[in-house]
Design a protein around this ligand. Structure first.
Ligand code: PLP
Length: 282
């Protein structure tokens, strides 16, 4: 089941072609996107997702997204959904047609089912590997044109990292910086647990501010946990009480193996945090 709606409020057949071949989103990956989890008809963290869409668009000098139109088109997808209980709604906003001085951005929302592999990983956990991203934590500040921390459509590197993980028998990746610190996953934020405190690296090092990470932290704080946003070294991971990848679609996914070595069993920690996170939406 899929539902496609354009930003002007028209529904369209997702099995038909709609995007021009000279759209800059296609030709250059020149655009931004968001993926929102909808459960029980409610989009999770819609406000923070739309905030981040606007932030990514600003970083790329795209026209400011029309927030009300994005809210409407998201709701249109939800209203026309007749599939499973969860929807992954992808919002895509590109620079529009190449070479047209009056080009208007292309914008659409596509509702999709959640991949079975992702659902299984939420329950069973995953093996991951660390991969060098080749950037230092100060680069994002020094070189904003690199768009580190923008959710741009240019995800070829992120997808390549996933294939490298598969070649090495793992399901996912933690990107690392040149100083040996933890960045993020190719499509997720990293959350580390030590005792009763959750840690995640600061977005200023050139990673996406995760909406799920923020949501998990707030839920955990209400449940009595401490939270800290500070640099994490890769060398700290093997002894942590929990290493998790967080994103809208995968929710909070437990890592049981890193670089081929088993991590301490975090099943109980994961169950408690996943319950605090999910309970808000019941
Ligand atoms: N970091 C990257 C690079 C991502 O692509 C994503 C989501 O796709 C995230 C972090 C997690 O963001 P969110 O929790 O808002 O889905």
């Amino acid at each position: 089941m899929r539902v496609l709606a354009f930003l002007d409020g028209t529904l369209a057949d997702p099995d038909e072609a709609h995007i021009r071949v000279d759209d800059l989103g296609l030709l250059r990956g020149d655009g931004v996107f968001e993926t929102i989890l909808v459960t029980g008809g409610t989009p999770r963290e819609l406000g923070p997702h739309l905030d981040r869409l606007a932030r990514s668009a600003a970083m790329m000098d795209l026209p400011q997204p029309d927030r009300a139109a994005w809210e409407r088109v998201t709701q249109l997808v939800i209203d026309n959904w007749s599939g499973g209980p969860e929807i992954a709604v992808k919002l895509v906003y590109t620079r529009g047609v190449d070479g047209d001085p009056n080009a208007t951005p292309t914008g659409f929302a596509l509702g999709m089912e959640i991949d079975e592999k992702v659902k299984r990983a939420r329950v069973e956990g995953i093996a991951a590997i660390t991969l060098d991203r080749g950037i230092d934590p100060g680069l994002a500040g020094r070189a904003p044109w690199l768009l580190l921390g923008a959710k741009s459509l240019s995800y070829a590197i992120n997808m390549a990292a996933g294939r490298e993980a598969a070649r090495r028998g793992a399901a996912d990746v933690i990107f690392t910086a040149t100083d040996g610190s933890v960045l993020e996953g190719p499509t997720s934020s990293v959350i580390v647990v030590r005792g009763r405190t959750l840690y995640t690296p600061p977005a200023t090092i050139g990673i996406l501010p995760g909406t799920t990470q923020g949501d998990v932290f707030r839920a955990a704080e209400r449940g009595g946990w401490g939270t800290k946003v500070e640099p994490i070294m890769v060398s700290e991971l093997p002894s942590a009480d929990g290493v998790f990848l967080a994103s809208s679609v995968r929710k909070l996914t437990r890592m049981h193996t890193l670089d081929g070595a088993a991590l301490p069993d975090s099943t109980a920690v994961h169950a408690e945090l996943a319950e605090l996170y999910d309970a808000q939406y019941r």
